[in-house]
Every structure is written in structure tokens, then in C-alpha cells.
Design a protein around this ligand. Structure first.
Ligand SMILES: N[C@@H](CCC(=O)N[C@@H](CS)C(=O)NCC(=O)O)C(=O)O
Length: 218
């Protein structure tokens, strides 16, 4: 069985959990506490030399890191319940939208960056909060306008079925809602988020349903 190295509030792992659930692929979750002691995480560097979550263990000699590589691997290995459209041009659109979250937003706001700003740059809490909000709005504003410009309202980001775009949007909106970001300017993003969250695949990937969080709060 596939093993997924995950952490409940990892945005990158959240995307992969949604894709696995959506495709109905069973996996064993292996938890790393990213808020815990660095010493406890050292063993994980053998699995992923970057020390970042997620990593998908396919076999002893095949560990896939980087959520976008994992998502593409899952799509090719489990093509049923596709998350990329058949049409070449639509595929490019979906990937472009997803990359706003994966490539341009998350890397600026992940834990190691926020810790660097706190510990090395000496940024106070409010300045770090402003940084975080700034980069979230820098993503959500164009995402909202891409959706707004579509000729007709779609159920999901690109059409009537879930795609990679929704899978990358939802963890980002989840994070925004749980950190109190003002989402009032993004009605399409909020609507699609709510629609996705009616689906079991999204519900069972949500941070609050993850065993590592439930263990922490027990
Ligand atoms: N580009 C990577 C980013 C992975 C990443 O930054 N993961 C975060 C959690 S969402 C992490 O492991 N952070 C640990 C740290 O910052 O020390 C991906 O998409 O998988």
C-alpha cells in the first residue's frame, strides 16, 4: 500500500490527501509533527532529504516528494476519476491556476519561511501577519478574476467536475479561513470552496479530521 508522509496542517499534504481520496486510492498515513522538536524529525530526512512534507512512498526505492510531482504521478497511475481534463488547452489552464497556489503562494508562507522571518529577520508577529496576508491576497485576487472572467459560472474552478485547480485551491482557502483572512472580495473562491467541501473526498482530507490532530487534542 502507498504510504503518505503527512501532517494535518500541511497545505501541500492536504492537496495530496484530497487527490488520494478523490481517486479512491487507499494509503497508510505516516505522521511527522512539523510543530514539534526538530530532533524528532531528523529520521524523516532519510525519506525526504528536504525534510518537507509530503512524501509518497510507492516502494522502498521510490519515494516521490513535491506535491505537484505526487499529484501528477497519481493522475498518470490512477487515471480513473481524472483531475486533469482530456483537452490539451483546458489542461494547461487548470495547471496554470493550480501553480498560483503551488508555486507562487505556498512557498512564501510555509513554516520555514515564517520561522526565518521571526528568528533571523526579527519580524514581529504583526509584520509576519502582514506578510502572510499580502501573499495570500496576491494569489486570491488573480484567481478570483480568472473565475470571474469565465463566460458562465461553473460548479468547480474549471467545469462541472473536480480538477487539480480545486484540489489546490481548497487547502489555500481553508488556511485563509482558519487564519482569519478577509475573504469578502472572493465570492467565486468561497462558493467553489463550499461546493468542494460537500464532497467526502474533501471532508476526509481536511486538517480537523486527521488522526495526528485528533491525537494532539485528545
Ligand atoms: N514545494 C513543496 C513544499 C513542501 C512544504 O513546504 N511543506 C511544508 C508543509 S506544507 C513543510 O514541510 N514545512 C516544514 C518546514 O517548513 O520546516 C511541495 O509542494 O510539496
Amino acid at each position: 500500500m502507498l504510504q503518505l508522509h503527512t501532517y494535518y496542517r500541511s497545505v501541500s499534504a492536504h492537496r495530496v490527501r484530497i487527490a488520494l481520496n478523490f481517486k479512491g486510492v487507499p494509503y497508510e498515513a505516516i505522521y511527522t509533527d512539523l510543530d514539534g522538536n526538530m530532533g524528532d524529525r531528523l529520521a524523516y530526512f532519510h525519506t525526504n532529504p528536504q525534510g518537507l512534507i509530503p512524501a509518497l512512498v510507492v516502494r522502498d526505492d521510490l519515494v516521490i516528494t513535491q506535491s505537484s510531482a505526487i499529484l501528477e504521478y497519481l493522475e498518470e497511475r490512477y487515471p480513473e476519476r481524472a483531475i486533469l481534463p482530456d483537452d490539451l488547452e483546458r489542461r494547461a489552464r487548470v495547471r496554470s491556476f493550480a501553480q498560483i497556489a503551488i508555486a507562487d503562494t505556498h512557498p512564501l508562507n510555509n513554516l520555514r519561511v515564517l520561522r526565518y522571518l521571526r528568528d533571523r529577520v526579527g519580524m514581529e508577529l504583526q509584520a509576519r501577519r502582514d506578510w502572510f496576508d499580502y501573499w495570500m491576497h496576491k494569489a486570491f485576487t488573480p484567481m478570483e478574476s480568472i473565475l470571474e472572467q469565465q463566460p458562465e459560472k461553473q460548479r468547480y474552478c474549471f467545469g462541472e467536475t473536480v480538477s487539480l485547480a480545486d484540489i489546490c485551491l481548497v487547502p489555500q482557502v481553508y488556511l485563509a479561513e482558519h487564519t482569519g483572512l478577509d475573504m469578502s472580495e472572493y465570492p467565486n473562491l468561497r462558493r467553489i470552496y463550499r461546493t468542494c467541501m460537500t464532497l467526502a473526498a474533501f471532508q476526509s482530507a481536511a486538517p480537523e479530521t486527521q488522526t495526528d490532530l485528533l491525537r494532539k487534542t485528545r
